[in-house]
Design a protein around this ligand. Structure first.
Ligand code: MTE
Length: 362
């Protein structure tokens, strides 16, 4: 646990915020933790502050004996060590990952599942090889409908039923040159929590698609029905839809909810992201939604990365304020006032509100 709680010096707001930051555990076993919101104001999240979503314990992996198997309906089944993969042309891609359950804690009534606040979202530079390039080596049979990605972690999904974490992608997605088999994150090998030695990174999709601790890719002509495929769905009384791309969302990283600040200009900042269209504009309200001011935004590091934003605001007088942020993307998507309800509380992209107080600080 100690290395997980590595404190990092706060470079963001040296005079105003807490001096150190660390991941905020939400569940201890298996380890699940949020990124502290003040770390979500810049393009990249340091790896030691990148949120962690584990369904089971981190699997023990020996890098010397670990192999990736490619099986099923392929012309040439493969068994490869990491060094074999690393001989192929690699690329770096900055990608924002968000857990589909992010924001569940704020739903009323609160659905079962990990009670994430707002911090199950982070951004890193991932290094790896395009899945498309890699699978070309194996050769896909023309009848293949899906690729199934299996992780080394395994556990009980129903009484007496053990299953590995596995997810599939439709074969059409193989044409995407930016889905990566990644072995590095922010320039270093993946850490055990983030999928060492190899993980899938599926840009724009909610994080459940980015299978960690990858051991097998299997080509199939059947729809995959594994537990983690069937469970990540928007379920209502009348409908059931698979969860795919991230909904548009934004958050305030600084100040934090409950902050008490001096009566002087305040830099409000955070990030916005969407798996559906580039972020076009970000608006902040300092009066509980009565009026909105356009925030300035920074160019995202890639089409798959979050957009950092900021607004310098002079509070008119001492008192309590409700701050809000909302984003719009180029396809016209925007955040709803109220959460779009579904059984498991997935995809809650409703407008965030925080309360702060402003006045003399003695
Ligand atoms: N892959 C495996 N093998 N096991 C898991 O529990 N969790 C998924 C995904 N890949 C998971 C997994 C979910 S739900 C999310 S949101 C992301 O990993 C989180 O990635 P991170 O822990 O690196 O942030």
């Amino acid at each position: 646990m100690t290395e997980r709680i590595l404190a990092s010096t706060c470079h963001f707001f040296p005079d105003t915020c807490v001096p150190t930051m660390a991941l905020e555990p939400v569940v201890d076993y298996p380890f699940n933790a949020e990124t502290p919101l003040p770390a979500l104001t810049t393009e990249l999240t340091p790896t030691n502050l990148f949120y962690v979503r584990n369904h089971f314990d981190v699997p023990p992996i020996n890098p010397f004996t670990w192999r990736l198997q490619v099986s099923g309906l392929v012309k040439k089944p493969l068994t490869l060590a990491l060094k074999d993969l690393q001989t192929l042309p690699q690329k770096d891609l900055t990608v924002t990952l968000e857990c589909a359950g992010n924001g569940r804690k704020n739903l009323v009534p609160q659905p079962s599942g990990v009670p994430w606040g707002h911090g199950a979202v982070s951004t890193a530079v991932f290094t790896g090889i395009p899945l498309k390039l890699f699978m070309a080596q194996a050769g896909i049979h023309p009848t293949v409908q899906e690729l199934v990605f299996t992780g080394a972690d395994c556990g009980e999904v129903a009484p007496g039923k053990q299953e590995a974490y596995a997810r599939s992608l439709p074969i059409e997605m193989l044409s995407d040159p930016d889905i990566l088999l990644a072995w590095a994150m922010n320039g270093e090998p993946l850490t055990p929590d983030h999928g060492f030695p190899l993980r899938l990174v599926v840009p724009q999709w909610y994080g459940m698609a980015s299978v960690k601790w990858l051991t097998e890719i299997s080509a199939t002509n059947q729809p995959f029905k594994g537990f983690f495929q069937e469970n990540y769905r928007y379920e209502t009384e009348t409908s059931s839809r698979p969860i795919t791309k991230m909904r548009i969302r934004s958050l305030i990283g600084w100040p934090i909810h409950g902050a008490h600040l001096a009566l002087r200009p305040i830099e409000i900042s955070g990030i916005a992201w969407s798996g559906r269209g580039a972020i076009q504009s970000i608006y902040v309200s300092t009066d509980g939604g009565a009026s909105w001011i356009r925030a300035s935004r920074k160019r995202p590091a890639s089409p798959y990365a979050c957009t950092p934003w900021r607004l310098v605001w002079q509070p008119p007088c001492s008192g309590n304020y409700t701050l809000m942020v909302r984003a719009l993307d180029r396809l016209g998507n925007q955040q709803p006032w109220d959460p779009v309800q579904n059984l498991h509380g997935y995809g809650n992209n409703s407008i965030q509100q925080i309360q702060i107080s402003v006045g003399s600080i003695g």
